[in-house]
Design a protein around this ligand. Sequence first.
Ligand code: BES
Ligand code: MN
Ligand code: ZN
Length: 489
Amino acid sequence: MNFELLTLDLAGAAKQPSDALIVLLPDGFKPGKDALSALVAQALKAGDLDTKAGKLLALYRPAQTKAPRVLLVGVGDGTVRQVRQAVGAALGALRSGGPALKKLALCFAAAPQAGALRAAVQTVADSSYVYTTTKSKAEGRSLARVTLGVPKAAALQAEFAQATAAVAGIELAKEWANRPANHATPSHLADAARALAKFPKISCQVLGPREVAKLKMGSFMAVAQGSEQPLRFIVLQYQGAPKSQAPTVLVGKGITFDTGGISIKPAAEMDEMKFDMGGAASVLGVFRALGELKPAVNVVGLIPSCENMPDGRAIKPGDVVTSMSGQTIEILNTDAEGRLILCDALSYAERFKPAAVVDIATLTGACVIALGAVRSGLFSTDDALAQRLLTAGEAAQDLAWRMPLDEEYAEGLKSNFADVANVAGRAGGAITAAKFLQRFAGKFPWAHLDIAGTAWKSGAAKGSTGRPVGLLLEFLLVQAQGGPRARKA
Ligand code: BES
Ligand code: MN
Ligand code: ZN
C-alpha cells in the first residue's frame, strides 16, 4: 500500500481522483468558497452534519468532486483518539457497501494536532490489512493508494515518515504472529531476522543449540528440549548512533507454539498459542521501522525462540535447571515457559552494558484478566523508564498501564529444591511472573511489557494487532531526538 502526503484544501481534495474521499471536519470548522465547502456549510447549517467525532454524512457524486463517494466525518476536538475513532467509523461505512476501495483520499479540513496524521495513517492500514500467506487463492488487500491531504504538508513530513515506517513494522509483526506455527518455526523467525540485515545499519547473528549450550542457557534449553524444532537465539543490532552510546535492548519472547508442555493446555483455542511469539514479532517490526527511518539510536534486539512441546524428552514438573545467571530454577509448571527463556536472554543482555532493557512477552493469562485488550501491562524497576514508555504509549495510542513490583509478590516463588520456582499461586499471576524476571534484570534499568491481552484479537476478527510496535518505536524515536533520555556519548 502506497501513502502520499499532499497540501490540499477542500477545493484541492475535490480534485483528487479516487474511489472515495473522506473529509475530516473538526468542531468550529470555517468552510471556504469552493463547491465542496459550500456543501459542508449547508449541511452544517441545516443540522444534517455534526462535527462530533465519528458522525458521518455520505454524499454521492457531489458537483465538481472527482470521487464518486464522499464522506464528511466529524472529528470533534481533533484529538488523536477522536481522529482514530472518526477514520475507523468512515472506513467501516465505506466497507459496509459498494465496490472495494483501491484508491482513497483522506483530507484534514483543518491542520491536524500532533500525532493525528499518524493515527489516521495507522487506522487506514489497520482496517485494510489482509492476511494471505497460507491461503491458496490469495485475495489480498484491495486498497493500493492512499492520498492524505493537509493544509500544510511540509510541516508534517517527519510525522508522515514515522507513520508509514510504523505501518511497515506493524504489518511485519502481524504477518509473523498470524502465521501458523508450522509456517513460523524458530528457524523461520531467524530467516526473517536475517532478512532485516539488508537494511543499512542493521546486522543479525543467529545462534543455534550448540552456541546456546556453550553460553550455559540451561533454562532456555530446557524449554526447547521437548521439541523436534531446533531452538534459535536471534541477535539483531541497529547502530544509528556512535558506538560509545549505550544501546537499548529489546528482548522478545519467541515461543512459536505453546502447548503448555507436560503441564498441557486445554484443547479449546489452543491454536491461538501460535502467537506466543508476539513479543519477538514486535521486535522484528521495530527493526523494520528503524531500518527505514534510520534514527540516531543504538538498539539491540534479542529473541530466544523455540516451541514448548510435550515429549519423551520434555521437561517435567519438578525438574530443576540452571540458568545462565547461575540461579537454579524449579520448574513447577512447564506452561510457565516464557519466563524460562526470557531469563537467559536477560542475562545475555548484560554484555551490551545497556542503557535500558525492555522485554516484550505474551507472558500471562493473568494479565489478560487484569487489563483486557486495551492496555499492555508495564512493570519496571526504574520510574523514569516506566514514564517514558507510558508516554510513548499515549503518543502512539498503543497504551500501557504500570503494575506493581512490591517484594511481597515474590513470596510465592520460593522453592525447597532450587533458588527460585517458576510459578507462584494463581493470585497476581502477571506480577509474580514479572517478579521472576526481575531476579535476572538487576544489572540495568529494566522494564517488562506483558502483551498477552494486546498483541492478539480473539473472536471473528481473530488475528495479530501488531502491538506494541507503535509504542516501542515512539519510545526509541523520542530518545533519538534527544528527548528525556538523551545520553552523553
Ligand atoms: N503464553 C502463555 C500466556 C498467555 C495466555 C498468553 C493466554 C496469551 C493468552 C504463557 O506461556 C502461559 O501459559 N502462562 C501461564 C502461566 C501459569 C502456568 C503460571 C498462564 O498464564 O496460565
Ligand atoms: Mn505457557
Ligand atoms: Zn507461553
